[in-house]
Design a binder for this molecule. Structure first.
Ligand SMILES: NC(=O)c1ccc[n+]([C@@H]2O[C@H](COP(=O)([O-])OP(=O)(O)OC[C@H]3O[C@@H](n4cnc5c(N)ncnc54)[C@H](O)[C@@H]3O)[C@@H](O)[C@H]2O)c1
Length: 435
């Protein structure tokens, strides 16, 4: 595929989010504000980043959105499902992320977004008790209802294309089993109401069947399954995941490559967080936390490669804690204590105290994933999109390969993929002349 054959971004793009909680409403309200000229889309590469093209001496650095044919913010239409029936304005107020000064001017647009009844099962998310829920005899019935919702949403708003970004709660920990190995087994499993098929998988199945790209913002397996990979390839649609890389893990993927680049050792990394939003409440359930913990723990080993550097990184301790602490709401506080080792084995410590706003960091990621997934679809890509691993805590990787966690390698992958798709040369950063 070359630049000449990428379909243009004409018409409206629907962004569907299963989940209309803190992240989804902060994302939607932010886009509505930016459209009206209030506020900047800070944190979004698609809106604010430039991309260098050619040699440094050429001095060509357009904005990504001027280089790549992306849908514009004016062309976006939002839709969601949630077991809680609150419209987006009510949900945003409840989430308490954005101030009234940023919500009130876009109240009309937010109030108009009412969540469609969700496919929800309290066995997978124990802390939420929703009433806005679909009923169906089998999981297949439920998936078919979601497919109908997608078609209706497209028709109602006259959309040219849709993408789906999972912004729903973290589901209970699941390991891939026999039912997830092939599309055939998965479909038989839906007919038999197999308990290993979680609601998020039904959304993913519905999206792929409707040829809607799917991006997974939570650590649930969802599309990180052989059956979904097979379906995505068969339907020629893209998937990516998993778990938005926002606060503490983003920091890890910045600091750990720095330690490794300087060949400094690591004895241990202790991370703890307090968080008081609904996500924190859901993660207070050990089954949901286990899903998150797996996602957070995988990062350091893959970056530091103890198998290549046993003297520096063998057997370091890595502990991650999240504590639900209501007074903080969405304003998470994280502490990291990093025990590092230098010349002659002398110990040193780094302390990071990050007062972060979770959804403020996640919202631009939702926007970028939606726009890049839509672009990838128009560029004829399908299956797993490793170049989007920049945005994920627990990136998907081809079978047999380690996922790439280093933020700077991920950024290079992302930008080089854009250059490649647009028919520009890769930037290699070769240390010769002006390359
Ligand atoms: N905010 C961040 O920085 C961040 C980072 C990484 C991942 N995440 C993940 O993003 C997701 C959303 O986070 P949030 O802070 O908005 O949480 P939230 O609790 O505010 O919102 C999640 C919403 O999903 C809904 N939901 C649950 N099950 C559903 C289903 N089956 N179908 C449709 N909706 C469903 C809930 O009712 C809730 O309204 C969580 O899984 C979280 O772990 C967030």
């Amino acid at each position: 595929m070359t630049a000449g054959t990428i379909a243009p971004a004409t018409g409206k793009l629907g962004i569907l989010t299963p989940g209309l909680g803190a992240v989804a409403t902060t994302f939607i309200a932010g886009v509505e504000n930016v459209r009206r000229g209030h506020g900047l889309p800070i944190g979004s590469l698609t809106q604010m980043a430039t991309i260098r093209l050619g040699r440094r001496s050429e001095k060509r650095s357009p904005l990504i959105r001027e280089f790549v044919p992306l849908a514009t913010l004016e062309d976006l239409v939002f839709g969601a499902w949630d077991p809680i029936p609150d419209d987006a304005m009510t949900a945003a107020r409840h989430a308490g992320v954005l101030e009234p000064r940023d919500l009130d001017p876009v109240a009309d647009a937010l109030s108009a977004i009412k969540p469609m009844p969700a496919v929800f099962d309290p066995a997978y998310v124990t802390r939420i008790h929703g009433t806005n829920v679909k009923v169906g005899k089998t999981k297949r019935d439920l998936a078919e209802q979601l497919r109908q919702d997608i078609r209706d949403f497209k028709a109602r708003h006259g959309l040219a294309r849709c993408v789906m970004v999972w912004c729903g709660s973290t589901e209970a920990y699941l390991k891939a089993g026999a039912v997830h190995q092939t599309v055939e087994a998965f479909e038989a499993g839906m007919d038999a109401n197999d308990p290993a098929i979680a609601p998020s998988m039904l959304y993913a199945y519905a999206a792929l069947m409707e040829r809607v790209p799917f991006a997974n913002g939570a650590p649930n397996l969802t599309v990180d399954l052989p059956c979904m990979l097979e379906l995505a390839r068969r339907q020629q649609v893209t998937i990516s995941g998993k778990d938005f890389k926002t606060g503490q893990t983003w920091m890890k993927t910045v600091i750990a490559p720095g330690l490794k680049a300087r060949m400094l050792g690591l004895a241990g990394w202790y991370s703890t967080n307090i968080l008081g939003n609904r996500d924190g409440e859901v993660l207070d359930d050990p089954a949901s936390f286990k899903t998150k913990e797996e996602s957070k723990l995988s990062v350091l080993h893959t970056i530091l490669q103890p198998e290549l550097y046993p003297q520096l990184y063998k057997d370091f301790s890595h502990v991650v804690r999240i504590n639900y602490y209501p007074p903080r709401g969405d304003n998470k506080e994280g502490w990291d204590n990093i025990d590092i080792v230098g010349w002659m084995g002398y110990p040193m410590q780094i302390k990071v105290n990050f007062l972060c706003r979770d959804s403020i960091l996640a919202a631009p990621i939702v926007l970028d994933l939606a726009l890049f997934s839509d672009f990838a679809a128009r560029a004829g890509l399908s299956g797993m999109q490793e170049w989007l691993s920049f945005y994920y805590k627990s990136p998907m990787a081809q079978p047999g390969l380690m996922p790439e966690h280093d933020l700077f390698i991920q950024q290079t992958k992302l930008k080089n993929t854009l250059r490649h798709l647009m028919g520009e040369e890769q930037v290699t950063h070769l240390g010769l002349e002006d390359a």
